[in-house]
Design a protein around this ligand. Structure first.
Ligand code: ADQ
Length: 738
């Protein structure tokens, strides 16, 4: 409104100046016309009476009569005759005394006999201005002076000015109204454009503005980040408080962070699963408070919730809520084992395992996604909550949540790889999966390659506009950003700080495995999953012993393998194959109590896992395909002695970060075995150099940074959306900034 008033004010000023100039120009022009007109009429009047005037020139009485005749003509109110020498010969009664002949001739020197001189002057004849015109009578006889009443001229000028004033007022009113309407319309159009630009759909002409805004924001964030030191739980908390002002967060994940289990004794035990996802997300909820919506899978889960299926965690600390959703065995089979783990898991990993797509699994996946989305909507406390959707179990949930909460900020993180479009194309419900994910504000992946694959898939299967520069998908007024956020582990790792010193770990583990104190040890720690390349790993150990006899009887590889998805036949077969393979290799190289493979098939608690990491000379991560792989980072974190060598599959997301590892192709068993030999022979100095560099990377790019950057991006998006919402409010109603 203020902007409109300013424009109208300027417009009125301009119009007033125009009217003023118009008035002056008009007055001058009409006056000049009038003077010319008066001179002509005076000349005509004198010329008409010229003969009589010449005749009576020396007879003042007659001359007076002729002059009085002339004054009968309306505007002429008085007249006088002056001799060439400036002597008054005759005058009418009304002739003003203040204009004697000498003064008249001085002011209006007649021009060449026919011309008339004139000027305007106030006189006492009438109560108003009069105009005197002097007309020469030739040859050099004298001059006749006519006095004209010019009051009508002032009246005419006043009328013109009034008309001009009224015109000015009318034009001003019309122009002001038109300007107000136009500014309002232009403001609406501009704010709509700006709003689209801030949402990532910049109309033509807005790109430079949006670029500038982004550059400024990035610069500010970098400066702020640089000034805040390394990422830690405390910094994550501070970042959340700064960016989200303690807003409640809702996490949706299949796995719950605390599981209540009923022991045989009847006692209830709380388990905290050793999962990358839980490690990554728990600090967020502890910092912000909120709700973690998950599948209640523990045998005592139902006994420990309130009437709303909620329980406060962590036990004793009670800083956030877990909302448990119960699944029937059919739902769990179809949604979790069926579509998620027999369909999506092999679809997204290039491990040459054929995905199985069953219509009934898909129906359960849809049904369970709907149930979890509904639970999320029940847990929010505002119309624009922040919801973090986790993993491939919930591809449909973002869209379902968006339908109920259009203003929500939904951040989805896909923890496994995203296949290329051609590969994704084999899924009968690829469009539904993509469309579900596009309900998110941001979809996060571990690597840029996965982001590119996702964008390529959207391009192949969806109707949308893709902004490749920003990796954004635009559908109508909605934009979804695709971003790479490489996940990591906490730093420092709680279990490392609580672990015994490395020599003690070495001694304990060797004793536990029945090895000689100077035995060389390699370690592999995984869920028993065909994507982890455990068979290829064990074969590489076999090859090492075949090609490098110096390690026979000296080198042992400990494989800690947590049973996983055991209901699925493919996983049962894998377990059988791995056990048989380990037995075959052990049979081949066993001497006395020596066994080259120690297969510890169980879920182990983190203290034990870290003891093994710390005890081992090398760790081999041989995934055939892996989104990130946290084991590689945990091994690096465990080695605060800066010793030990990491062998890392080139097909893990981690291989992009940990370039000082010995990067191998797990399918090339010979290459992997040679890398093992290199690792076991590697001088302490080189180990230190490589390990130090990787430790620096993992400590800096830790899980707090992962969570912090995602949430900061979410907060920025939120600010943009709120600004855009504010801009859509008529300007007069925009509340002042705090
Ligand atoms: P996962 O496939 O489960 O995760 P990973 O990243 O290696 O793979 O994490 C496994 C976690 O489980 C590690 O913390 C490890 O210590 C623990 N673990 C493994 N075996 C264990 C055992 N026998 N006993 C106890 N604990 C064990 C998915 C994706 C990954 C991605 C993560 C996080 O497949 O690519 O890195 O999510 O996003």
């Amino acid at each position: 409104m203020a902007r409109g008033a300013r424009i109208v004010g300027l417009l009125l000023l301009g119009l007033a100046a125009l009217a003023l100039i118009g008035d002056v120009v008009l007055a001058r022009t009409t006056r000049a016309w009038f003077e010319r007109d008066l001179s002509t009429r005076s000349r005509l009047a004198v010329n008409a009476a010229q003969a009589s005037l010449r005749e009576a020139w020396n007879d003042s009485e007659k001359l007076k009569e002729i002059l009085e005749d002339i004054t009968r003509d309306e505007p002429v109110v008085a007249a006088a005759a002056c001799s060439a020498g400036g002597v008054l010969l005759a005058k009418t009664a009304a002739y003003p005394a203040e204009f004697p002949c000498s003064v008249v001739l001085q002011h209006a020197e007649p021009d060449g006999g026919v011309a008339a001189g004139s000027w305007t002057a106030d006189a006492s004849v009438h109560d108003g201005p009069v105009r005197l015109t002097a007309v020469a009578l030739e040859p050099r006889l004298g001059t006749v002076v006519l006095v004209h009443d010019v009051r009508f001229l002032s009246r005419r000028e006043a009328t013109t000015r009034n008309i001009l004033l009224v015109g000015f007022l009318v034009v001003s009113l019309i122009a002001s109204a038109a300007t107000l309407v136009m500014t309002r319309f232009a403001w609406r159009e501009w704010t709509a454009g700006l709003r689209r630009a801030l949402r990532g759909d910049a109309p033509r002409g807005f790109e430079p503005l949006v670029r500038d805004v982004h550059t400024m924001v990035d610069q500010l964030s970098r400066e702020r980040e640089g000034a805040s030191g390394p990422w830690s739980a405390a910094r994550l908390r501070a970042t959340l408080n700064t960016h989200l002002q303690g807003e409640r967060i809702v996490i949706l994940a299949n796995r719950e962070p605390y599981i209540h289990i009923k022991k045989e004794s009847g006692e209830i035990e709380v388990q905290h699963p050793a999962s990358g996802l839980v490690t990554a997300l728990e600090p967020v909820l502890k910092a912000c408070s909120g709700v973690w919506v998950a599948h209640g899978s523990g045998s005592a889960d139902k006994e420990t919730v309130d009437q709303h299926d909620r329980v406060w965690v962590p036990p004793g600390e009670e800083s956030y809520l877990v909302r448990r959703v119960w699944l029937t065995p059919e739902e769990e089979d179809g949604y979790y084992y069926g579509f998620s783990n027999e369909g999506l898991w092999p679809l997204c990993h290039i491990a040459h395992a054929r995905p199985t797509f069953r219509a009934q699994d898909w129906a359960q996946y849809q049904n369970v996604n709907r149930r979890f989305a509904a639970a999320v909507c029940e847990e929010v406390d505002r119309e624009d909550p922040i919801v973090l959707v986790q993993d491939y179990h919930f591809a449909l949930a973002p869209k379902l949540i968006r339908e109920r909460l259009p203003k929500a900020t939904i951040l989805t993180f896909w923890h496994i790889p995203w296949p290329n479009a051609e590969h994704l194309g084999i899924c009968p419900w690829r469009e539904e999966l993509i469309s579900g994910l596009l309900g998110s504000s941001i979809v996060g992946f571990h690597t840029q390659q996965h982001v590119n694959n996702f964008i390529e898939s959207v391009d192949a299967f969806m109707e949308s506009r893709i902004d490749r520069e920003r990796n954004a998908v635009v559908q109508g007024s909605r934009t979804t950003l695709a971003r790479a956020y490489p996940i990591s582990i906490e730093w420092p790792v709680e279990w490392v700080t609580k672990s015994p010193p490395i020599p003690d770990c070495r001694a304990e583990v060797r004793q536990e495995l029945g090895l000689a104190p100077d035995a060389l040890l390699g370690v592999g720690i995984d869920r028993l999953d065909y994507t982890k390349g455990i068979e290829e790993r064990l074969e590489a150990v076999d090859e090492l012993l075949t090609l490098h006899p110096e390690f026979r009887g000296k080198f042992t590889f400990a494989q800690l393998a947590a049973p996983s998805r055991t209901k699925i036949p493919r996983y049962q077969e894998l377990t059988d194959r791995i056990e048989a393979l380990a037995a075959r290799i052990n049979g081949k190289w066993a001497t006395g109590s020596y066994r080259p493979i120690a297969l510890l098939r169980a879920h182990h608690e983190p203290p034990k896992v870290y003891r093994y990491y710390r005890a081992a000379e090398l760790c081999y991560v041989s995934s055939l395909h892996d989104g990130m792989n946290l084991v590689a980072k945990e091994y690096v974190a465990a080695h605060d002695d800066e010793q030990g060598v990491l062998l890392l599959s080139q097909f893990t997301g981690a291989a992009r970060d940990l370039t000082e590892a010995l990067i191998v192709n797990p399918y090339d068993v010979h290459q992997a075995s040679e890398a093992m030999a290199t690792a076991l022979h590697m001088p302490a100095g080189e180990q230190k150099e490589r390990m130090r560099s990787m430790r620096r990377r993992v400590s800096e790019f830790n899980v707090y940074r992962w969570a912090g950057q995602m949430l900061r991006d979410a907060a920025e998006l939120r600010r943009h959306e709120r600004t855009a919402d504010l801009l859509s409010v008529p300007p007069a109603q925009v509340p002042p900034l705090p």
